[in-house]
Ligand binder design. Structure first.
Ligand code: CA
Length: 220
């Protein structure tokens, strides 16, 4: 799960960035609108958190240009207190949800989960597939009813492999989603995490599709 945080307020941005990173989200942080638009149009993200008052290009303009490019990326906007007009303009420009500053980080995280769920077309919170049960709120994973203890990156990788279940995930997409600009990804890091997941779950649960990526299917 890779998020782009677009916020020019350094202390607020730092707080959000730390909280999301601690929760295992790959988070990249940009502090101006024009660089944000460039990244949104050229890279893969699952969701953007967009402040409206930004230097170089305001958030509304970023959102309008993103939508006119045809992107349906989930976007949560951050607005100042009492700025009702901003909120309306933001929703009209294609925002999926908004939060009014100051807000609680726990609420931000709950809104993000709801947005991701909606964008994945899942009404249900829990993901069930091939004997795996994954709870995106508690990050608890069970396999055939047994609790499995995963590192944050392993959890994130499994989540991506199951979003949606039964589809081949390409190596490129997994690498983009798992590693932000600040992570030093060694060339074989993905394979190492896959290896650990196979050991913790079942060796033939995650199939390698040669030259393409990975697929989670019932273990034989
Ligand atoms: Ca701002």
């Amino acid at each position: 799960m890779r998020l782009l945080l677009i916020e020019d307020d350094v202390s607020l941005g730092e707080g959000i960035y730390q909280a999301l990173s601690r929760d295992g989200y790959t988070t990249d942080w940009i502090k101006d609108g024009s660089s944000a638009l460039h990244s949104l149009l050229s890279e893969t993200f699952d969701l953007a958190i967009l402040d409206l008052g930004l230097p170089r290009m305001d958030g509304l303009e970023v959102l309008r240009r993103l939508r006119s490019s045809g992107s349906n990326l989930p976007v949560l906007i951050l607005t100042a207190r009492d700025a009702t007009e901003d909120r309306i303009a933001g929703l009209d420009a294609g925002a999926d949800d908004y939060l009014v500053k100051p807000f609680d980080l726990a609420e931000l995280k709950a809104r993000l989960r709801a947005l991701m769920r909606r964008s994945a077309g899942r009404a249900q919170l829990r993901i069930e597939h091939a004997g795996i049960s994954l709870d995106p709120v508690s990050h608890q994973v069970t396999y055939l009813g047994q609790l499995v203890s995963l590192t944050p990156k392993e959890y994130q990788l499994l989540y991506e492999l199951l979003s949606p279940p039964g589809r081949v995930m390409t190596r490129e997409r997994l690498t983009q989603l798992l590693y932000g600009w600040n992570d030093e990804a060694e060339s074989n890091t993905l394979e190492v995490h896959i290896h650990h997941l196979r050991k913790k779950l079942s060796s033939d649960l995650i199939r390698t599709i040669r030259g393409v990526g990975y697929l989670v299917q019932e273990a034989r």
